[in-house]
Design a protein around this ligand. Structure first.
Ligand SMILES: *[C@@H]1O[C@H](CO)[C@@H](O)[C@H](O)[C@H]1NC(C)=O
Ligand SMILES: *[C@@H]1O[C@H](CO)[C@@H](O)[C@H](O)[C@H]1NC(C)=O
Ligand SMILES: *[C@@H]1O[C@H](CO)[C@@H](O)[C@H](O)[C@H]1NC(C)=O
Ligand SMILES: *[C@@H]1O[C@H](CO)[C@@H](O)[C@H](O)[C@H]1NC(C)=O
Ligand SMILES: *[C@@H]1O[C@H](CO)[C@@H](O)[C@H](O)[C@H]1NC(C)=O
Ligand SMILES: *[C@@H]1O[C@H](CO)[C@@H](O)[C@H](O)[C@H]1NC(C)=O
Ligand SMILES: *[C@@H]1O[C@H](CO)[C@@H](O)[C@H](O)[C@H]1NC(C)=O
Ligand SMILES: *[C@@H]1O[C@H](CO)[C@@H](O)[C@H](O)[C@H]1NC(C)=O
Ligand SMILES: *[C@@H]1O[C@H](CO)[C@@H](O)[C@H](O)[C@H]1NC(C)=O
Ligand SMILES: *[C@@H]1O[C@H](CO)[C@@H](O)[C@H](O)[C@H]1NC(C)=O
Ligand SMILES: *[C@@H]1O[C@H](CO)[C@@H](O)[C@H](O)[C@H]1NC(C)=O
Length: 700
């Protein structure tokens, strides 16, 4: 990879990776005390932070640093120009509370206070000028930068939205380009931006934000909610907090932000570009402790509330018992009533997904126009659409079977899917379930599915060969998503249907897994793998682990098998079920080449010499290890992630493919496709709580 060099300490020897992997689990200290103090500390960032503690939107974690905009020296014209990206703390905060005992407007609102410290690094080439800037962002919407927010819009807003009070953001910008028409004083200043990039207050700096060598800057931003006053301090390097500010001003944030808001960062590049890096971040927020004086009034309220809750609970229990009894009597009808309950649950979930009206989706897809069809899968058809009145492109999946027979199971699954958030999963926007028709609405992935880039798509042959770098990146993305599903979410989720046509590519060719969890929800006949082989649909043969034909159950191990098949497919550019050289499966052919010491001959010939032989060998060996017929012998996703990140050596693979044995050892196959046992997740959380008893939490 050809990138701007990382700060020296961030280049770590591979041997220390394991130790750091462990440290990661106790690194981020996030605490919300009863005293209303919330505190988070990121001394560095880890790829696993995304989707858990953080939410990255068109940004990346690379080398333990958040790259808010891409970092690449390969044809910067293609990769670094006109970009914007954001990173948020994945958690909302309450900005104000009304003081009910106050009559004067001035004291009516109690506003939260916060202190934050972060370290940034802005790099540009020796022969180019920097552009455009980075900012600390308070926003009521946890959203990607709007389209057209590159250049002078700093990933904050765009030409249409600039200055609109509905934007609900306040930002501190660190701007490296003078956009005269946006009122910038010079090309090296800090500014306070409210709902737009025309700064309300600006201040020039007497040191340079951007540099050609890895210079760090430390910034402190303190907001005193009671005084409604903001102070910004900034120094070069790791110097201590100075006694002068670079910008300070009175500001009542509650005028501009909604009551709920998020903390984050945004950055952009324009026709001139720079690397926008966030190296570390501490944040302390003081929200609203219960005042002692108000306690007695609250106590009365609490007792009254307690009684009320008890009554409601009793009524609820009665209702529940009644429901149960009714359910016993009318077993068939009960599915409907519990579905209704689930529907209610789903509707009351915070944030996405939302329920759509059928007529809107009908309109969005131009009445399911054949011309807008993106593809056809085992469960139904996918159409491109534009949501009416929103100008937002989406992919609408219409289910052809399964859902109608088990809406209850489906809704249960949807509740889980809704809560899965990871940068390598296709985000679910919403759903619609009327008259036994089920529709799911996903974010539209402009680059379609992976198989169309490897093999001929609906529009004929792939126009270009997917480059080696992109292939490696796709595999790394899939591994990270599977690792999340298997180990990092509170429950283990098994994808069950991993294949190239279920891997989507976003605008930057990052892999996004689709259809996760759905297979389970929709599969009515658990032994129906073969049935999914439908005419005209690329088959699942070669992706399904051998033991599944016996157990009919998907497990983490069977997902790993599917992952191995995908890796082979991406490296070799052939489908898993391919007749080559007398073999019927790609895997068997690669195993033979490996035995004969010519494994690199398996690499997609269309790449010619344009690949890294060591990395190709690493991936092929990993794929063979994942294709092991005995489930317990396959590497866990955690190990695969480490091998792909080059922190671990590739696995040792036997020269002959071992024989498949059934039944395998009973411990190997989980009794249920989704179990509540967690390997990595639990242990790291335990470690984290242990650690927290041993030393005080980090605070700013
Ligand atoms: C910048 O910060 C990083 C991470 O905090 C540190 O490892 C590095 O040494 C710093 N670089 C300089 C030049 O101070
Ligand atoms: C970047 O944006 C500017 C201004 O909108 C435009 O003139 C230029 O062509 C764009 N460049 C690229 C490579 O997209
Ligand atoms: C609430 O309002 C009362 C009356 O104006 C004032 O005395 C009190 O300090 C306020 N409380 C807070 C926490 O702001
Ligand atoms: C005080 O608040 C009330 C109701 O919110 C509003 O009608 C009134 O105009 C406010 N007074 C001032 C001086 O802002
Ligand atoms: C922020 O820092 C100031 C001064 O160091 C301190 O008085 C205040 O309590 C801090 N606020 C929070 C929310 O930590
Ligand atoms: C964050 O807090 C920790 C612990 O107090 C401190 O060691 C670290 O330097 C702080 N980081 C920044 C960027 O201020
Ligand atoms: C710029 O040149 C200096 C000195 O030759 C070098 O250390 C630095 O890495 C270069 N910066 C970039 C971004 O290429
Ligand atoms: C700005 O963003 C809005 C909302 O996403 C979009 O409708 C509009 O077209 C964008 N404007 C430009 C100039 O890209
Ligand atoms: C910030 O801008 C506001 C509005 O233009 C102005 O009233 C205020 O004096 C400025 N504050 C500073 C510290 O420059
Ligand atoms: C920058 O300005 C501050 C005061 O605003 C001063 O204390 C500091 O020494 C100056 N730094 C340089 C490098 O001139
Ligand atoms: C700020 O700190 C410097 C030393 O770092 C000191 O010389 C100066 O008097 C201080 N200024 C104020 C206003 O406290």
């Amino acid at each position: 990879m050809n990138c701007y060099p990382l700060p020296p300490l961030l280049r770590l020897p591979a041997a220390s990776f394991l130790l750091l992997f462990f440290l990661h689990s106790v690194r981020t200290q996030i605490v919300t005390g009863a005293d209303g103090i919330y505190s988070a500390s990121f001394p560095y960032f880890d790829i696993n932070d995304d989707g858990t503690d953080l939410r990255l939107l068109d940004a990346d974690i690379n080398g333990r640093v958040i790259q808010l905009t891409p970092n690449s020296r390969n044809v910067p014209q293609n990769f670094m120009i006109n970009k914007s990206g954001r990173a948020f703390l994945n958690r909302p905060f309450t900005l104000w509370q009304l003081n009910s005992s106050s009559t004067s407007n001035d004291t009516a609102k109690r506003i939260a206070s916060f202190n934050t410290t972060f370290k940034i690094q802005v790099l540009h080439g020796n022969d180019t000028i920097p552009g455009e800037g980075l900012s600390f962002l308070l926003s009521s919407h946890l959203e990607s930068a709007p389209p057209g927010s590159y250049g002078g819009f700093l990933g904050l807003t765009n030409d249409t939205l600039n200055g609109n009070p509905d934007n609900h953001f306040v930002a501190i910008e660190f701007d490296t380009v003078r956009q005269a028409y946006l009122g910038d004083p010079d090309d090296n200043h800090v500014g306070l931006d409210i709902n737009g990039v025309i700064s309300r207050n600006t201040s020039s700096l007497n040191f340079s934000i951007a540099s050609t060598t890895a210079v760090n800057h430390t910034v402190w931003i303190d907001y005193d909610g009671a005084a409604r006053y903001l102070r910004v301090y900034m120094v070069v390097g790791d110097d201590p907090k100075p006694n002068y500010t670079v910008l300070e001003t009175a500001i009542d944030l509650s005028i501009y932000l909604e009551q709920t808001f998020y903390f984050g960062f945004a950055a952009s590049t324009g026709i001139t570009y720079q690397v926008n890096r966030l190296l570390a971040w501490n944040l302390t927020v003081a929200t609203f402790p219960e005042g002692k004086k108000r306690m007695s009034a609250w106590k009365i309220g609490a007792i009254a509330g307690g009684v009320f809750v008890a009554v409601v609970l009793a009524l609820g229990a009665g209702l529940w018992a009644w429901l149960l009894a009714r359910r016993k009597m009318e077993r068939d009808a009960s599915a409907n009533s519990s579905s209704a309950l689930l529907l209610e649950t789903l509707k009351s979930l915070p944030g996405t997904p939302r329920e759509f009206e059928f007529k809107d989706l009908y309109k969005a897809t131009n009445s399911f126009d054949e011309k807008l069809k993106l593809g056809k899968g085992g469960f139904g058809e996918v159409y491109r659409g534009v949501l009416p009145g929103e100008n937002k492109q989406v992919a609408v999946k219409r289910f052809s079977r399964g859902a109608t027979s088990a809406p209850h199971d489906f809704l249960k699954e949807l509740i889980i899917i809704n809560r899965l958030r990871h940068r390598h999963l296709v985000p679910l926007v919403g759903w619609c379930h009327t008259n036994n028709v089920l529709l799911l609405v996903y974010e539209y992935m402009p680059n379609g599915s992976l198989d169309h880039h490897l093999f001929e798509g609906p529009s004929g042959k792939p126009t270009t060969t997917l480059s080696w770098e992109r292939r490696y990146n796709v595999i790394a993305g899939v591994a990270s998503a599977l690792h999340y599903l298997h180990n990092e979410y509170e429950q283990t989720v098994v994808h069950r249907d991993l294949k190239a046509s279920n891997i989507m590519l976003d605008a930057n060719f990052n892999a996004r897994l689709g259809d996760f969890g759905l297979a389970r929800a929709l599969e009515t006949d658990k032994t129906s793998y073969a049935e999914q082989e439908m005419p005209g649909v690329p088959g699942t043969m070669g992706y399904v682990a051998p033991e599944c034909f016996h157990t009919g159950k998907a497990t983490r191990e069977s997902d790993v098998f599917g992952f191995g098949a995908v890796v082979l497919e991406v490296v070799c550019g052939r489908r898993p079920r391919s007749d080559i050289d007398g073999f019927h499966f790609l895997c068997d052919w690669v195993w033979k080449l490996y035995r004969e010491g010519r494994i690199l001959e398996a690499v997609d010939p269309r790449l010619e010499e344009d690949y890294d032989p060591e990395d190709a060998r690493r991936l092929l060996l990993l794929a063979l290890a994942c294709s092991h017929p005995i489930p317990s012998e396959r590497p866990k996703m955690e190990l695969s992630v480490q091998i792909i990140s080059r922190a671990m050596a590739p696995p040792v693979v036997p020269h002959f493919k071992p024989a498949f044995m059934w039944p395998a050892a009973p411990a190997v196959v989980e009794s249920s496709s989704r179990s509540t046992t967690m390997s990595v997740g639990t242990s790291s959380r335990e470690a984290s709580s242990m650690e927290s008893t041993l030393r005080p939490f980090d605070r700013v």
